[in-house]
Design a protein around this ligand. Structure first.
Ligand code: ATP
Length: 218
């Protein structure tokens, strides 16, 4: 993984994660890093924890303070987006958690140490062929949802009918991710698509209400 700049005041940071070669790629050199002078490399030996600490952990206090943060994984099929964002179950079903469950774990921890009332809600949608599908809908097939520009908030959109689930502990998060992946699999079979043509958006919304001597304020 490479970071173009380590300056914390940058609003946009770009990282590259290099996954281990698979058996086919072992035949060929897929990537050569010529210099470590200007970029910090997170290579195929970098752990999920290292990546989380460098990329996402610093954003959590910002989220709790009310700022919007986005972590965007981009790359061709098979490059490790799902591994990095969600995690990986090995043959013994041991989980190597990715960014999403780690972020929620940190959010739960920070909130539990604050003198606030709080709620954490998540939604999970898929964008495929310019159509949006709710991956957390209880319907048997993924539910298409509508998107509108939010006239009240410039640059924002309203997603009509998108399911938002409250989460309070990590077990729920793993179940939600599993359900979402299962629905993506069903949808890609129904639409005869390949996963590389779809995009998934996992959203975490944190509300806090401060308890002061004067009362509560959101
Ligand atoms: N850092 C890593 N260490 C070990 N294995 C990895 C790593 N990153 C990815 N892999 C493995 O590489 C394969 C492809 O990864 P993954 O499914 O995350 O790719 P993807 O970018 O999400 O693909 P797609 O766009 O097709 O959904 C998987 O078998 C995954 O377990």
């Amino acid at each position: 993984m490479a970071k173009q700049s380590s300056k914390e005041e940058q609003n946009i940071n770009v990282f590259v994660r290099i996954r281990p070669n698979n058996p086919v790629e072992n035949e060929a050199k897929t990537l050569e890093v010529l210099s470590k002078k200007e970029i910090l490399i997170f290579d195929c030996h970098s752990s999920q924890q290292e990546i989380y600490n460098a990329v996402v952990s610093p954003l959590i206090p910002e989220v709790i303070s009310g700022y919007n943060c986005t972590v965007f994984a981009y790359g061709q099929t098979g490059t490790g987006k799902t591994y990095t964002m969600e995690g990986f179950h090995d043959q013994d079903n041991q989980i190597s958690s990715g960014i999403i469950p780690r972020a929620l774990a940190q959010i739960f921890k920070v909130l539990s140490n604050m003198n606030t009332e709080s709620s954490v809600k998540v939604s999970y949608l898929e964008l495929y062929n310019e159509e949006l599908f709710d991956l957390l809908s209880q319907c048997n097939t993924p539910k298409a949802i509508r998107i509108f520009e939010d006239k009240a908030q410039k640059g924002s959109v309203i997603l009509q009918g998108l399911e938002e689930l409250s989460v309070t502990e990590l077990g729920q998060v793993y179940k939600i991710l599993e359900q979402g992946s299962e629905r993506r699999r069903i949808a890609s079979t129904l639409m005869n698509s390949s996963s590389s043509r779809s995009h998934a958006v996992f959203t975490i919304v944190v509300h806090t209400r401060e308890i002061t001597v004067k009362g509560r304020s959101w």
